[in-house]
Ligand binder design. Structure first.
Ligand SMILES: [Fe+2]
Length: 211
């Protein structure tokens, strides 16, 4: 009797990168000390969430150094998305300060291809970044969800980022919806950014992105 084997193939996966301790504790503290003070813009959906203004890496030596520190990770990640090592630039950065009780509503990042977060504090596990599958297809939806139904990669609606530490980097495709649930822990500080490649090339037709 010959044993037949079977396997399940997960089609079209979405990459999310978690790189541990990309930024040293000293630099994390320096960034946090400097930019938390500048986070004065209240979030539209949560009064316990504040942001800095949009910052340019070239305009600040600390952000320039951080940008250089994560550049190779972005280029690696971009190769997964576009099949080629491209020239990437971080076009904007901002710092988020989420006080206890605050949350960040569901959103994605427009005019960007790779988005990232560098944690400047260790977030409370219940205030982890949550990635959410696309919502709102114009059709009725059927689900099988109840007390004894299971959840796996093929039927889950969301995915919660496992524990991260201050100094960790997370990269994800900018189209991916994400949110942060109500923060039950201490003030949660993160530095977010958007990155674009200099160009994409579809059989000679080039689309360029410049400031
Ligand atoms: Fe975001």
């Amino acid at each position: 009797v010959s044993a037949s084997s079977s396997r399940v193939i997960g089609l079209f996966p979405t990459p999310v990168l978690h790189a541990e301790r990309v930024v040293s504790a000293e630099v994390v503290e320096e960034l946090r000390e400097h930019f938390v003070r500048g986070a004065r813009q209240a979030n539209a959906k949560s009064s316990q969430l504040a942001h800095t203004e949009i910052l340019q890496p070239a305009a600040d030596q600390r952000l320039g150094a951080l940008s250089a520190r994560v550049a190779s990770r972005i280029a690696d990640f971009g190769e997964l998305l576009f099949g080629e090592r491209l020239e990437w630039a971080i076009k904007e950065m901002w710092v988020n300060v989420l006080e206890a009780g605050g949350h960040q509503g569901l959103h994605s990042h427009a005019n960007s291809f790779i988005s990232g977060v560098v944690y400047l504090t260790p977030p409370h596990p219940q205030a982890s970044l949550v990635f959410v599958k696309a919502l709102g297809q114009p059709a009725f939806v059927f689900k099988n969800t109840h007390g004894t139904s299971g959840t796996g990669p093929f039927n889950a609606d969301k995915w919660v980022m496992p524990s991260v530490a201050a100094g960790d980097l997370v990269l994800f495709p900018s189209y991916l919806l994400h949110e942060v649930p109500a923060n039950v822990g201490d003030t949660r500080v993160s530095l977010a950014f958007n990155a674009i490649p200099d160009r994409l090339n579809a059989w000679g037709y080039r689309i360029g992105f410049t400031a």
